[in-house]
Design a protein around this ligand. Sequence first.
Ligand code: PLP
Length: 392
Amino acid sequence: MARRAVYLDHNASAPLLPEARAALVDVLGLTGNPSSVHNHGRLLRNRIETARDQVAALAGAERSQVVFTGSATEAITQAIVGGVRAFRLDQVIVGAGEHAAVRAAANSAGVPVVSVALDGRGVVQIDELFLSIDAANTSGSQTLVAIQAVNNETGVVQPLARIEAMVGASPHYLFVDAVQALGKLPLEFASRAPDMMAVSAHKIGGPAGVGALLVKSHADAAKLIPGGGQETGRRGGTEAAALIAAFGAAAEAFSQRYDAARVNGLARRLEEGLEAIAGADLTIFGAMAERIGNTVDFAVQGLGSAVAMMGLDLMGISVSSGSACSSGKVGPSHVLEAMGVDPDLAAGALRVSLGWNSSEDDVSAFLDGFEEVLGRHRARQGRAALAAAVGA
Ligand code: PLP
């Protein structure tokens, strides 16, 4: 009997919510350019402005602070590269566990980049960040601090309130990559210290290809694409009205669809199941830190992630190895490296991430599948050890 497909890779991309699909199809059926003043254009404009309200509501932002972009990666690049240029900044400080989109933007901003270490729990080292900001104050270096709210691999929640207290009280700028936090943690963008934040539709059940930069008016000059003045001059290019409308619909529906207590309960059951299967050989990364609840990043001593993922994939179970956006590329994780995880153990990292439509059956299927994969692997290892002993 064919096995049921099991999708447990929500941090890479969440399945499209029905509300988002309906909005997408509906607006794709409309004709026109949202900048046109005629009826056709106005209909599209209305859909975009409704979506702006919906995304603003989920992020605790004012509608004027929402700039739609083609992805969170674009929003991140606009904040970092555009911000460094517009505010004539001297350096960027990033956390060592930032997503590739942040690290690449910082490295292409044309100024020195300071990386702040993580501790063994996966939390950015606050003392080191404090020293870096202090050094910037002493040298008069105008700085952009770029920190994620939640790590996409481990689910570790970063101490934003403390970072905000540190940077908000200084002349420096604070950018937060809130991609994995949107809808799961209260962002309260308008009332809190960050100058800019990036969010993405496809992590909350919207479509890929649309994101937003949340930006306070004093930071509006951070731009990448001037174009034809769309998004009140902050991001040029005819708006992808259908994608934006679907982002808005997902933002509105997410709170009802994503039951955090239920998802966290499933994830804890999954962790207990792993403990029962792997015992002392199991390590759950970030387990000592506050975590977002839907993410289980783990390794079992001696089991490589490529072998495990392939075995699970053959059973129709999709999880991730290493970083979310490099699923399929099995390489060492810079996040685990920054946490000081032994490279052999890190080579076995698997990330299971649950979401709005994850079920008890998904967790059971994953645990059954993983037990089978690990059992086969241990049997192979046992046979190899025996052959080596006999041959010796
Ligand atoms: N930042 C984080 C923390 C992410 O997890 C991702 C995607 O995995 C991104 C940024 C990039 O988002 P997008 O795919 O919308 O460019």
